[in-house]
Design a protein around this ligand. Structure first.
Ligand code: DX5
Ligand code: ZN
Length: 219
């Protein structure tokens, strides 16, 4: 199954509840929440408190993308707040194995995220521990950036690596996803598509998500 996950980073935060309800009505499958600490990335966003607030207005799975140092210290709070999946960046610490186990033990789905420049070989050993790999297709930190083309080869190679290992691991693409490139990303092997500005910046969320789904399924 292919999944569209609007990123609330591009939503109007003064009307966050309405925005989340609007994308749910518009056909969103998951809600993507970007957590930034001003250390791992040059921006600061939200914490467990906002995850908990979003949890109250939707029944969709909450896909929490941690762009923070010391993820291990915070994962319990995010699970408690209602996270379904928690992505931790492979670049953020020495104890990736430990934090991925920790997330599963807490009852959420562990995922590992990769910056554009990080090779997929870095996660070879933990592939069997995660439900999903998040491939960043822009440098993390901000919405509305341009898709980095060399990431396409990475998605394809990762698909091959997962299939060869006989795993069911999902591939999520995050950054610069639009109606124009989503079909190709699906053909390359992506299963989940995060889109912030392409959805929240469009005049009709329902029309945009329907168009994206059409492109994914035609792929
Ligand atoms: C960037 C975030 C993305 C961001 C994507 O660091 O991880 O989830 O919201 O925004 P768009 O879709 O506008 O590139
Ligand atoms: Zn994200």
């Amino acid at each position: 199954m292919k999944i569209i996950a609007p990123s609330i980073l591009s939503a109007d935060f003064s009307r966050l509840g309405d925005e989340v309800r609007a994308v749910e009505t518009a056909g969103a499958d998951w809600i993507h929440i970007d957590v930034m600490d001003g250390h791992f990335v040059p921006n600061i966003t939200v914490g467990p408190f906002i995850v908990e607030a979003v949890r109250k207005v939707t029944s969709l799975p909450l896909d929490v993308h941690l762009m923070i140092e010391n993820a291990s210290r915070y994962v319990a709070d995010f699970v408690k707040a209602g996270a379904h999946t928690i992505s931790v960046h492979a670049e953020t610490g020495f104890h990736l194995d430990r934090v991925l186990h920790q997330i599963r033990e807490l009852g959420a789905k562990p995922a590992v995220a990769l910056n554009p420049a990080t090779p997929i070989s870095q996660i070879e050993n933990v592939l069997g521990l995660v439900d999903m790999v998040l491939v960043m297709t822009v440098n993390p930190g901000f919405g509305g950036q341009k898709f980095i083309p060399y990431c396409k080869a990475k998605i394809k190679a990762l698909r091959g690596m997962i299939d060869q290992a006989g795993l069911k691991t999902l591939i999520e693409v995050d950054g610069g996803v639009t109606i124009d490139n989503i079909g190709e990303l699906s053909r390359l092997g992506a299963d989940l598509f995060v889109a912030g500005s392409a959805i929240f910046g469009s005049p009709d969320y329902g029309k945009t998500i329907a168009e994206m789904k059409k492109k994914i399924h035609a792929a």
